[in-house]
Design a protein around this ligand. Structure first.
Ligand code: PEP
Length: 263
């Protein structure tokens, strides 16, 4: 039932890798790889998240060559314009035809001390500018030990979406902090348990229809070798991929997961 209503999304977070010149070669190679594989983008959406300085290059390429790839930004300002040195407005991202924006990535929470309130304000800013938030939630290893698997991700979701109207379109990425970049992904059962808890909370927060429509991604050491088992879970609707999204062949193979999932 999950697959009937939600188009899976495979999203590549480049983090602070690939400059504006490299960001032209990468989508070209990815496009060719997926074209050779006869990838059906209506069956699996593929998105890349370059650094801000690459977005214009990616926009030009995607528009000129009519790629089916979509793209987004890795963050945005909670403010729309004004004296906020170093910030990037949602309006600017929309003008570059970004479709998505990652909000609340654990690296932003950890290194930039982003609070739940700031993350909620960023979600509101994204929605004001017609960008689809990819809201990241996830627990640390300590959280897991102290609070169990779902408590922290669900609390982060509730805080970020407090005041978000029913009917809102967003993507949620469950990213256990202990799994990011560690080579140790959550098991499919762990990912499903938290994704199901997040979806139940979404019903209360944005209503049943929107909760049913929301893609919940898993992120944390996703590779071509483990994507199929994760995607067999009914509440896992895609992946947010970090390290493996920097390798065209690996990322292309992840996007082609239906070939490995079977029926
Ligand atoms: C991430 O940073 O969002 C991520 C999931 O990284 P990795 O795939 O490298 O674990």
């Amino acid at each position: 039932m999950a697959r009937v209503t939600r188009t899976p999304l495979i999203a590549g977070n480049w983090k602070m890798n690939l400059d504006h010149l490299q960001s032209i070669a990468f989508p070209q190679k990815l496009h060719w790889s997926l074209q050779d594989a006869r990838h059906d983008y209506s069956a699996v959406e593929v998105a890349i998240f370059p650094p801000f300085t690459d977005l214009r290059s990616v926009q030009t390429l995607v528009a000129a060559d009519k790629y089916d790839l979509v793209y987004g930004a890795q963050d945005l300002s909670a403010f729309d314009s004004g004296a906020y040195t170093g910030e990037v407005s949602g309006a600017f991202l929309k003008a570059l035809e970004a479709r998505y924006v990652i909000i609340g990535h654990s690296e932003r929470r950890q290194y930039h001390h982003e609070t739940d309130e700031e993350i909620a304000a960023k979600v509101a800013a994204a929605l004001r500018h017609g960008l689809i938030p990819v809201l990241c939630v996830g627990e640390t290893a300590d959280d897991l030990e102290q609070h169990g698997p779902s408590a922290i991700p669900v609390a982060q979701l509730r805080a970020a979406l407090a005041g978000t109207p029913a009917g809102t379109e967003l993507v949620v990425a469950y990213e256990p902090v202990w799994a990011i970049g560690s080579g140790q992904a959550a098991t499919p059962e762990q990912a499903e348990q938290v994704a199901a808890a997040l979806r139940a909370a979404l019903v209360e927060l944005i209503g049943q229809d929107s909760a049913d429509a929301t893609r919940i991604l898993y992120g944390g050491s996703v590779k071509a070798a483990n994507i199929a088992s994760l995607m067999r879970q009914p509440n896992v609707d895609g992946a947010l991929v970090g390290g493996a999204s920097l390798d065209v062949a690996e990322f292309s193979s992840i996007a082609q997961f239906p070939k490995h999932v079977g029926t």
